[in-house]
Design a protein around this ligand. Sequence first.
Ligand SMILES: *Cc1c(COP(=O)(O)O)cnc(C)c1O
Length: 359
Amino acid sequence: MARFPVTYTTAPKAKPTDPDHLGFGKLFTDHMFLMDYKTGKGWHNGRIVPFDNLSLSPAAMCFHYGQTVFEGMKAYYGKDGNVRLFRPEENFKRLNASNKRLCIPAIDEELCVEAVKELVEVDKAWLPRKEGTSLYIRPFIIATDPMLGVKPGDEYLFIIIISPSGAYYASGLAPVKIYVEDNYVRAVRGGTGAAKTGGNYAASLAAQDEAHNQGYSQVLWMDGVEHKYIEEVGAMNVFFVVDGEVLTPMLSGSILPGITRKSSIELLKKWGLPVSERRITMEELSEANKAGKLQEAFGTGTAAVVSPIGELKWEGEILTFNNGEIGPITQKLYDTMTGIQYGDLPDEMGWVVKVCPAD
Ligand SMILES: *Cc1c(COP(=O)(O)O)cnc(C)c1O
């Protein structure tokens, strides 16, 4: 490797010692990756430098009109002693899809994977080893031109930061309660729902807040045009098991195409389960519930991997899945996905990328 110049920190921070209190996204490693873009010059000057604050003009475009995109991925401590990534090339394929929607210049996907590998190797001593822990990796791009006109930028910064993160489930896989959102929408057809861009999350906060106040952990978004078709949950895609069939909303252009979603579909199909990507309505789930055919529900995303859903509140109705307990397909999927990521199971799908030995 060693494709990028590295400036090592002269003031390394104290590493966390208690893997049970890492939380999520609060601590950062000693280094970060930076790369610049300028129209006419392209992406250039990729480098690893000490983690530090940025210096940007208050007029920098990203602050005003939200021309930003990001990714989320993890590095895992594998049972074989190697540091591993899960399908990193998929993240940068998606980053470029987001770039296209946000008028941000395309970036070399292989070079991005190299940058992640090299940065993770530089900071590998930060990788926690306890079961369920990981390094959360956040690549992102911001428009930095110091200028207030509304137009695509001519200058960008690509940044990768890394945060040691704790096990998502401190005490086992606990099913969550979800509020079916009947007022706000997250994305509309033709909008930016399929892009991982900051504005989508800013727009989701009010609904999230109201759901929290009512005792629900997340909201289930309905489509923005008819308020009828199920889209996704917070930062997770959603699946239902109805009468032995696995259902998930088809990628309509307003749903984020999750890599965990894609991997889950591939595994479920490999196991011979019928999987259908199509439009799903709450009416349909309610009918299935009354007929006793509503079996399981779960969300998928890099942070939680697979998150069982115990209950949905929809208008006046409560739909309960598997008596509020994790169902067998949800459990098997969680065990298999995490097994592959941490190297407890053979990587039959060729999803794992080894970075370096952890020691
Ligand atoms: C990132 C994200 C997901 C999950 O994608 P993964 O690639 O599986 O992590 C789902 N929905 C939204 C809105 C997201 O931002």
